[in-house]
Ligand binder design. Structure first.
Ligand code: PLP
Length: 414
């Protein structure tokens, strides 16, 4: 089902014309489809029907309380990478017992916060972290439930910035050292071994790297059991890609078939940490054309959203589809850079893209902006971050208002 259809020549989110939202709340603005979020979550959840599993939504992809609350209501658990994200999950009604905590740089304060909350487990990413976790937990008279995140040294064949399972990556512990690390973990007074974890990268569009990695991780799990460890949870991370342009990523059902063929026999609860594939194609960012400018060398369409609002094109050279909200035939499309107001040459939403002759005030929709969009927005150039809107059928509501200039200078002194 298309959650962002052109209906009567106008782009909609479900049953709401995007122009209506932009006119009422202004631009730029992020718009999410509740129907899409629900459908993507159910697709993932149902793909593993019949085996014990938990979908731990990766909060960093989109941490809006409205999104977290919706996933919670659908039965989601959560993967967090900071104390701030843990707090968001709790405020959205999530239970600490459904939270796994990943990340290479957990602070003492975050470890304390997560222990006090009673999370499901820590995904430990270094031997020093394991020691520190044990000290803090033992000091409280408790044991910290853990998985070790292992690095299976598999190339996920994606952008280097989002490849995390290679030997050279800062993430996880080399799989070759894992048995020793588990042995140490088993001997520490403040540690309770519960599982095994891996996450090899993001925006994967083939199942092969997953299969290679999970094969290695599955073999390790059997060795760890033979070594006497109790492994109840196998966390296989996130990373399933989405279509930005013409990629054809595996569906959650395709992915599930592959996964179960490799690790289905292990008799563990499977945990997954999808982020992008649950939210990426459930959101768009709306922006209006401010000016047009044509030089000898280039044609520019200058819009009111910049890299501070949506950084993926600037940071990763990522492609995001852009549509004029009022449907046009593309016969007059000519190459242009769609650029923002930020004082950086790296500030663009699209480069050398065929763009129709859109004029001042015209509304554009940047597609596939639900993941790593608003969460990566900043206040660079003292620009308030955009509002977020949730659409459900023919109704919509602002789930986070636009920041004000007062918000931006709060607490500052001259
Ligand atoms: C970012 C991240 C994810 C989510 O990745 P997606 O590609 O958005 O699915 C899952 N687990 C960990 C540990 C991560 O850092």
């Amino acid at each position: 089902m298309d959650f962002f259809p052109f209906t009567n020549g106008e782009l909609h989110a479900e049953g709401v014309p995007l122009e209506t939202i932009a006119s009422e709340v202004g631009t730029p603005v992020y718009v999410y489809s509740q129907g899409a979020l629900t459908s993507f979550f159910r697709g993932w959840y149902d793909a593993f029907q019949g085996v014990p599993h938990r979908i731990c939504y990766s909060v960093k992809a989109n941490s809006s309380l409205a999104v977290l609350g919706l996933f919670r209501s659908l039965g989601s658990a959560f993967d967090v990478v900071s104390g701030g994200e843990l707090e968001r999950v709790l405020r959205a009604g999530g239970k600490a017992g459904d939270v796994v905590f990943s990340g290479v740089g957990k602070t003492d304060a975050e470890i304390n916060q997560a222990l006090d909350a009673g999370i499901l487990m820590f995904n430990v990413e270094s031997e020093e972290e394991l020691e520190r976790l044990s000290e803090i937990a033992a000091g409280k008279g408790v044991r910290a439930p853990i998985s070790v995140r292992v690095n299976p040294d598999v190339d996920p064949q994606t952008h280097p910035y989002i490849s995390t399972g290679l030997k050279t990556s800062k993430f996880g512990i080399a799989i070759a050292r894992a048995r020793e690390v588990y042995q140490r973990a088993g001997a520490l007074p403040g540690i309770e071994v519960r599982g095994l974890d891996a996450h090899i990268g993001s925006q994967l569009t083939s199942t092969t790297p997953f299969r290679d990695a999970f094969q290695k991780v599955g073999e390790l799990l059997e060795q760890l059991r033979a070594d006497g460890h109790t492994i109840r949870h196998l966390d296989l991370g996130g990373g399933l890609g989405i279509t930005y342009k013409n990629e054809v990523p595996p569906t959650p059902a395709d992915y599930a078939r592959e996964v179960l063929s490799v690790v289905g026999h292990l008799g563990v609860e499977l945990l997954f940490e999808p982020g992008r594939s649950l939210v990426g194609n459930a959101g768009v960012m709306l922006t209006r054309v401010l000016f047009r400018k044509e030089t000898e060398a280039k044609r520019f369409v200058i819009v009111d959203a910049g890299m501070n609002d949506l950084i993926r094109p600037s940071l990763y050279g990522a492609y995001q589809e852009i549509h004029a909200v009022k449907q046009r035939d593309d016969v007059d499309a000519r190459p242009a850079d769609v650029v923002g107001p930020i004082c950086e040459s790296g500030d663009f939403l699209a480069k050398d893209r065929p763009v129709p002759d859109v004029g001042r005030g015209e509304l554009l929709a940047v597609m596939s902006a639900g993941a790593y969009g608003f969460v990566m927005a900043s206040n660079y150039n003292t620009r308030p971050r955009p509002p977020e809107v949730m659409v459900d059928g023919t109704t919509w509501r602002v789930v986070r208002p636009r920041e004000t200039l007062d918000d931006l200078v709060r607490g500052e002194v001259v």
